[in-house]
Design a protein. Structure first.
Length: 254
């Protein structure tokens, strides 16, 4: 196997756009730093920020149901914990989201911008220290084989943006779908060792164009019709921490 780490992405606010890194430090048993650190609650949520416990994605604003989120471009500065939101390149909201005042600015904008969404407003940006608002209960990183995405294009007959899959680590140089056989095995990336424990079952969020917010491609139908499953990507736990960098070699250990 000759493969490399093509890109590193994290999502500071669940449902909003990716931030791209050249390098990142992984810690054993943790997520990518700041990944899904914040989430946007709606009025009907069952999540309690004071007693954080994993809840399904339906408790938050997410692309599965609230595709208008994809029309916002988010930029997060982790040094100052500042979130800036843009619409068509123009700033529409900005605030330090580790402060009540900064979060209120974002809350007020989202409650107005997302008015009429299926999830009832008003909306509230939340953080619970030590908690990550991931789609699965385990703290993990998500990996995506770019060759598998390319193979999906063979079925869709259209380009498929890998960002539709909202994965942390994009891998290049692998045979398509080879990652499906990695469950139960360990993978080395840079200084780290990851333990792969499950594949990623996809939902309708992958049908949302990550740039326009339109539901413009039946990716689930393409997966089911072309491959007889709705899986794309894998989850892995960090076993040995360390630094990862774009371009690092990826090696299957087991």
């Amino acid at each position: 196997m000759s493969a490399t780490l093509d890109a590193i992405h994290y999502y500071p606010v669940k449902g909003l756009t990716a931030q791209t890194l050249d390098h990142a430090a992984l810690t054993p048993g943790g997520c990518l730093p700041h990944d899904r650190r914040f989430a946007i609650l709606h009025r009907a949520t069952q999540f309690d920020p004071l007693a954080p416990a994993w809840k399904p994605k339906t408790n938050f604003l997410v692309l599965l149901r609230d595709e208008k989120l994809a029309t916002l471009q988010a930029a997060f500065d982790d040094a100052t914990c500042t979130l800036e939101l843009k619409r068509n390149g123009k700033r529409v909201a900005r605030g330090r989201i580790d402060t009540p005042t900064g979060r209120l600015v974002i809350d007020q904008f989202l409650s107005a911008y997302m008015a009429g969404a299926a999830a009832p407003g008003p909306y509230k940006l939340v953080e619970s220290p030590g908690h990550n608002f991931t789609d699965i209960p385990e703290k993990a990183v998500s990996l995506l084989n770019l060759a598998s995405v390319k193979d999906i294009e063979r079925v869709t007959q259209r380009p498929v943006d890998p960002l539709r899959f909202r994965a942390n680590l994009h891998l290049a140089g692998l045979p398509a779908w080879s990652e499906m056989g990695w469950v139960g095995k360990r993978v080395a990336i840079g200084d780290t060792v990851l333990s792969v424990f499950k594949t990623t079952t996809r939902c309708a969020a992958v049908e949302v164009n990550p740039t326009t917010g339109e539901r413009d491609m039946a990716v689930l139908k393409a997966l089911k019709g072309g491959f007889d499953h709705v899986v794309c990507g894998i989850y892995a736990m960090v076993e040995t921490g360390g630094e990862i960098r774009s371009g690092d070699p990826v090696r299957l250990l087991d």
